[in-house]
Write a protein that binds this ligand. Sequence first.
Ligand code: DGJ
Length: 710
Amino acid sequence: MPNVVAEKGSSLSAITRDPVRRVWLLRTPSSSYGLTLTGEDAPLNLHWGPPRTLPQVVALAGPDRVSPNSFEGADDGWEELPVDGGTRYGPAALQVRFADGTRAIEWAFLGSEITEAENGSTLRLNFTDRHYPLKIALFYRVLEGSDVIERWVELENSGGQERIEILRADSAAWSVPTRPAYRLSHVVGRWGAEFQLRRTELSSGETVLTSRRGITSHHANPWVMLDAGDAGEEHGEVWGAAFTWSGSWRITVARDPVDKVIFTGGFGHEGVRWFLEPGQKLRTPVFAGLYSPAGFGAASRGWHDYALRRILPHPEEVRPVLYNSWEATGFEVSESGQVELATRAAAIGIELFVMDDGWFGRRTSDRAGLGDWQVNRDRFPDGLEPLVHEVHRLGMKFGLWVEPEMVNPDSDLYREHPDWVLRFRNRRRSELRNQLVLNFADPAVSDWAFGWLTELVGDCRIDFLKWDMNRAFSEAGWPENTGDPDRLWIDHTRAVYRIMDRLRAEHPGLRIESCSGGGGRIDLGVLARTDQVWPSDNTDAFDRLLIQEGYSQLYPARAMTAWVTDNPHFVTGRRTRLEFRFHVAMTGVLGIGGDISSWSEHELAQARELIALYKDIRPVVQHGKLYRSPAAGSVQYVTDARTVVFVFAPTGHFGQSRPPVRVAGLDPEGSYRDEDTGVVHSGAVLLDRGLEISLPVGDYASAIVRLRRI
Ligand code: DGJ
């Protein structure tokens, strides 16, 4: 049970306060965060940066600022949750409309609580509007041993009669200290090219990163990092935040003309609004922030550590090597074909066999059958049982593809329940990939989905679900809900979460992979109820290098599924060495997605060896710390005992020099033995001069070096 210490906070706690000056200080191992209240009770940022003491942060709390002229707000760029109203001209993080039409909010501070629990401390600041029945609580959680600070907001309509319209309810605004320059790091993308890292000067004005698609999206991912233009992989200050949500979202980064930067983020997007009925509460998802004093590499390691401590359901497990049948068969699945693939997969060392799309209803193409989750008896005359039994007999776990949120209009489900899909009256229902989106915000629909999923998992002894979601929302209406239809933007995602949570609770052995036409739904929200994610349908190893670099900025290798597929690649037409394809996939959770029934004996033998090698290095890759060196083309994983260095040289010129790869994260006093050659290296030499790594001649060359501390 947490111990609630109202209006207290011991000096040893991660959270302390000065009640007279109304200053609070949050401390993490490498950072601290200070805030105060203005004379009008608005919460204001004082500090987000290196570790500071309470007196040092109190010294930052000067007298209230005054507007420099009649066109500026005094506190723009500094507020913890800029509300709509008063002399504020930046992006509002909280905008509501009361029943009488008033939109502005005026803060009135009610008090604070510091809660100490085993794994961290939480600060809660309680406010109400000065006049209207709206309670606002700001939460800050500091986790033991982590530099991540979690923030969220709880709103409550504390009145008895009238509802309050919510126009924007962000989870937090993060105020970045004033610097002479700013760079914004984030990712952009599209189907087949997710997680493309962009690091560009932050322009003055407002930069909006958003998804209006009802899912996280391939096009942007809900995190940002800011630096003063001087940070690198292993040096420089970086401020960042990531949002734990898998529906539509929006982060607005504002740089004002006097170079103050603030960013605010939350669920929903512009134009979407919903209501708080009397007595109702709304709790926003966490928008977590992290300050790194040591570059983007340290920031990424901080986020990976957070995912491990706080997000992933089974972080300690090593993920199995999987085989997925999609690229081999497309929709042409059959019991005999799957058994043949499974037999070959088991022989090369696969541990989890996943059957993809095409096993149910009349799903012989993407035009029909979605929604009809009964086994296709033409393809599996005795149901799934014989295949599952055979896969288990071969010593592998069995995984199955599902897409619960979707329906093809050509399906029995749609013919029976045409009113279950997102739609507007008098508007066409736009199809994408010949499918429509089921409205999971409607409890009848989400109960139906949970019902067939739990039955399928239980009856068929399914060990792993690949949960796919293959189209963006459109015509997101809910005609039966005349009072609050936009609520579906939030409640759909919440229902997906609830189903996943219930499935996990009822089937503790079940593991889930999040997929959305590749990487359309990867975020800290879905990672909290899945075990791994599918970053892209583009499995071309050369393209994957970039996708994986972008992915790794925030998300850990232990959750990143990566398949080895066929030559030439089906998207890019590129031919690459089998070893290169393996090495690229071995930097995450290795899987095979090629048509192994057409691989030669030589290729299968190579695959068997490389899978065995992966199983040896897997604890280091999946549980070690990641160091990237994009310039050297290297990616490295480090645990106390072992280090694995990957080097990739997709192409090069004759005579081009390849400097030694400097190995990071080692002890300069330590000695490290190359596990393949037996050569012993000094830690200092590896750190300072680097390691000569010989690569095969030709394009798409790569190598792995395993070092063990002695
Ligand atoms: C999209 C996924 O990303 C693919 O891996 C595959 O599962 C297809 N859907 C199946 O329809």
